[in-house]
Design a protein around this ligand. Structure first.
Ligand code: FRU
Length: 515
């Protein structure tokens, strides 16, 4: 049986299902070959489009294309042919897509709005020749719901002025200033540009040289407004991926909140106080949520800001032990903005569609501190796809032993996650989770600083064979980690440490039949 990864990048012609033990059930994966960042996410005429960094000839990173899939419900994905191929201007790196509702670009036909994709072209020749200006921003358009794309003859629309890392454009329509606004990463800052027609662009401002974390190169920004929950106030959020420099190592995504006036992004004052001196606020403290951005053109009557990230880390993405394909996306998540004592903060939760996965629910009985409970049989079978929610409560004066849950198998492999009240840290420990030796950077116990307002806390986890997404207290803190047991984790153990378990449930998750 083939259980090894393919470092060579060439998967075997035929692979039986048993050789794909880590293929998730309800997370997006390419059918085969290499995938990294989500790109061009746009909603149009009943379809969520997901494009992604794709190399169709290998399971390791190579000349980038845009792969493509569509979904009506963010759960079932239909794979479509490659959308964008490299050309004489270069490979197709990360970027975004918009619906040009008013046909400002003139690309539309027969009174229907075109889809316009905005992306970086990376010239391998330029890079090899030792130039610095080998990344440029280009556009392409489609008049058939993203099935076929035509590159604009005037590409690149933003030529490189001599900055080595100059990439990952995200475009939005800014209604107040009635223009398209593009934000992209330029080494150690983001640049903001404006355009009336998606073809002609003007540099408006820069942000970030002196803010946030600079432990690595800046990549994949996103800029969008959110209403502060419980108020009518709108603030702007700037997502910014950085590699390396994440809190638990390698790739991670930080964010900023503030104002955007159509020209410049300025930090919220209270937020700024916390991000001086290389401090950052992170979207996700796990190792495996990178290069995530949000969907464009979600209808107003829906109103959600839906995020999706790449569930891997450049520290070891090329080495993970899957055979036919490499890497999955996170669950689509709704981002909300809340005012907290520390300033405005993002909260994340899986999209409500995820509830359609719930197949069977079993309640967890209350458990006093210092106990363990084997929940393996709780949903009646050996499911490897689970949603687990548990409420813990503890005594303020005696913060003691950690509490949480453990997934395990018959081989003694395990994945442990929970909260350590003495250290005030959430944690996911995958050091004994099975195949960990494929990269020295993979085995890790990842932590997130966290202090709940009261001495109680909810752990809410989604397990899909080879990944955990842990949403704590309504999404105030999130951790995403991948893992690769040599045999699926079918066991589940609860340990109450210094806390008591108040209530909880375990749900078996299954793909609902659908389109
Ligand atoms: C982020 C990234 C982007 C780039 C793409 C190349 O993971 O490095 O900056 O556009 O991947 O595949």
């Amino acid at each position: 049986m083939l259980l090894q990864g393919c470092p060579s990048g060439t998967p075997p012609e035929t692979v039986d299902a048993a050789a794909e033990p880590h293929r998730p059930v309800f997370h997006f994966t390419p059918e085969k070959m290499w995938m990294n960042d989500p790109n061009g996410m746009v909603y149009f005429e009943g379809e969520y489009h997901l494009f992604y960094q794709y190399y169709p000839d290998s399971t390791v990173w190579g000349p980038m294309h845009w792969g493509h899939a569509v979904s009506a419900d963010l759960l079932h994905w239909q794979h479509l042919p490659v959308a964008l191929y490299p050309d004489s201007l270069g490979l197709i790196f990360s970027g975004s897509a918009v619906v040009d509702w008013n046909n400002t670009s003139g690309f539309g036909e027969n009174g229907r709005p075109p889809l316009v994709a905005i992306f970086t072209q990376h010239s391998m020749e330029g890079e090899k020749a030792g130039r610095v200006d080998f990344q440029n921003q280009s556009i392409a358009y489609s008049n058939d719901k993203g099935r076929h794309w035509t590159k604009y003859s005037g590409n690149p629309v933003i030529p490189n002025p001599g900055i080595r890392d100059f990439r990952d454009p995200k475009v939005i329509w800014h209604e107040a200033s009635k223009q398209w606004v593009m934000v992209f990463a330029a080494q150690n800052h983001v640049q903001i540009w404006g355009s009336p027609d998606l073809k002609n662009w003007k540099h408006l401002s820069d942000f970030g040289r002196e803010w946030g974390s600079h432990g690595g190169v800046w990549e994949c920004p996103d800029l969008f407004p959110l209403t502060v929950e419980g108020s009518a106030e709108q603030k702007w959020v700037l997502l910014l991926s950085i590699n390396p420099g994440a809190p638990n190592g390698g790739s991670g995504t930080q964010y900023f909140t503030g104002q955007f006036d159509g020209r410049q992004f300025t930090l919220d004052e209270r937020f700024a106080a916390g991000v001086r001196n290389e401090q950052a606020v992170w979207l996700d403290y796990g190792r495996d949520n990178y290069a995530g951005v949000t969907w464009s053109d979600i209808p107003e009557d829906d109103g959600r800001r839906i995020f999706l990230g790449w569930m891997s880390n450049w520290d070891y993405a090329r080495d993970v032990p899957t055979v036919l394909w490499r890497s999955a996306m996170t669950l689509p998540r709704v981002l909300r903005l809340r005012d907290t004592p520390a300033g405005p903060r993002l909260y994340a939760a899986p999209v409500a569609e995820t509830e359609l996965l719930r197949a069977k629910t079993a309640a967890i009985k209350p458990l006093a501190s210092g106990n363990e409970a084997d929940l393996s049989a709780i949903t009646g079978n050996a499911v490897v796809c689970k949603e687990i929610a548990v409420d813990f409560e503890w005594n303020a004066d005696t913060p003691g032993a950690a509490f949480g849950l453990e997934l395990f198998n018959g081989k003694g492999e395990r994945l442990t996650f929970g909260y350590d009240p003495a250290a005030r840290q959430l944690f996911i420990d995958r050091r004994q989770s099975g195949k960990v030796a494929f990269s020295p950077k993979f085995p890790s116990r990842d932590t997130a600083p966290y202090q709940p307002a009261e001495n109680r806390l909810r752990l809410h986890a989604f397990i899909d064979r080879a990944s955990i997404e842990l949403f704590v207290d309504d999404g105030a803190c999130v951790m995403t980690d991948i893992f690769f047991p040599t045999e699926d984790f079918t066991g589940l153990r609860l340990f109450s440490g210094s806390a008591g378990v108040v209530s909880g449930n375990v749900r078996e998750l299954k793909m609902p039949s659908g389109n």
